[in-house]
Design a protein around this ligand. Sequence first.
Ligand code: PEP
Ligand code: MG
Length: 544
Amino acid sequence: MITITGKGVYGAVAIGMISVFNRSEVPVKRAHVQDLEAEKARFEAAKIKTIEELGEIYEKALKEVGEANAQIFEIHQMMVEDDDYNESIINIIETQKVTAEYAVAVTADNFAAMFAAMDDSYMQARAADVKDISNRIIKNLTSSKESEAVSDENVIICADDLAPSETVSLDKDKVLAFVTAHGSSNSHTAILARTMNIPAVIGTGDEMLENVSDGVMAIVDGYTGKVYIDPDDATMEAMKEKQNKDTERKKLLLELKGKENVTIDGTKINIYANIGGPQDIGAVLLNDAGGIGLFRSEFLYLENEDYPNEEEQFRAYRKVIESMAGKKVIIRTLDIGADKQVDYFGLGKEDNPALGFRAIRICLKRPEIFKTQLRALYRASVYGNLGIMFPMITSVSEIEKIMEIVKEVKEELTEQGLEYSGNVELGIMIETPAAAVISDKLAPLVDFFSVGTNDLTQYTLAVDRQNPNLEDFCDTHHEAILRLIEFAAKSAHEHGAWIGICGELGADITLTETFLRMGIDELSVSPSFVLPVRDAVRKIDLSK
Ligand code: PEP
Ligand code: MG
């Protein structure tokens, strides 16, 4: 078995035979011509044929992937007619007295290099589009045949890269998955794979092509980006199980997508998703979460070698907020320390890191780090519906200090003429017993509570969450924890705040009814738990 890793662009598992996609690319040689007018006419004719073909592909795409995704082929038609592109081809024919196909090939390389050199990743991905249209014109100039992608059987297509028009031309019923050595997750090929629901792994590198051949069995895991060539029995069994679970989940998804989170007696609850960064948004949308209840912003710090600056943070927050299109996005300020250590913070060794210098404690002692994050958050707030929450709170004075810093940040932004939303909700995590016990004092100071049951359990039961030997002592349903949550819910509601749960316990469906009876307003869970929790909510009758 050979395992190859790329980037999964559509989460699903496919098992089947490989078919290597051989593009019947015509090698374009530099050849001279005498009759330049005839050469230009050949180019015109090939151009018209290309535009016609793209029109047909557009119609196919319209039926299979909808108008928004089909539009790329209208854009391709426009690219074929683009003045600069055409001028370059005609110029090369006239000045170098060469064939039209050579002029198109050179122009394609130049334009692709220009796009690839741009800063913007969207523009970089356009290099593939210009190559795609140029190959089609060359094919029409040389009257060579279209590449044959698929045999009669269901197959996993392996290719160096796939152009958008090649992707949409694939027979969806015969393609189990595709794997490409190159390509970016921003490319239209990747976007089309997602829309066509085809499991796909891209950017594996050339190593993949050296290891695949027609008819060999393979497994494509679009979730992890792994491709198993000639899998062993254990991998086959494990992946079949994953595939079955996936099918079950998708069935549930079809039944529950778009439905309300409402009990039989009409009580409604919000079900949001927990994420670690913009890369998780796809899963959030796929699983129909009503918002994001916990964005663990410390992952931005953990992935970096140095403090992420205001711009980097702003871009990540803006992306998440914008992608959620007005739905609530709650971003937690950094929760570094304890089990999440970052060298550049220089925190030093502690005997009891879980009880140490972490989360809000670092932010209050090193306000420059905190202010950078708050500035980025407030600047991103104009792009949607933002809530900010603070971790590891234990006292009223911490909230007062936070509010003072928030005020300073807002004043600075105003002075600098930078916009921010006036509707940002501010909340705290209830994840220490202290916060739960004085929640009646904390609630008047904030808009919402979010219960972090992972830490609340660790601190209430005195069980280190990192220590696997303590499993037997870690009773997550312990009455002490449930009483603390119930009291926090009562405190929140008495003071006009709302309360959610974002720790793992929020996804425990044996407790969903208990939480609803406590009046919990929101449960924020891993994306894949959104629909199972919705399912549980819809089966509960609180009137009984
Ligand atoms: C929690 O403690 O429950 C929580 C959600 O935060 P984290 O797991 O990131 O500590
Ligand atoms: Mg926590």
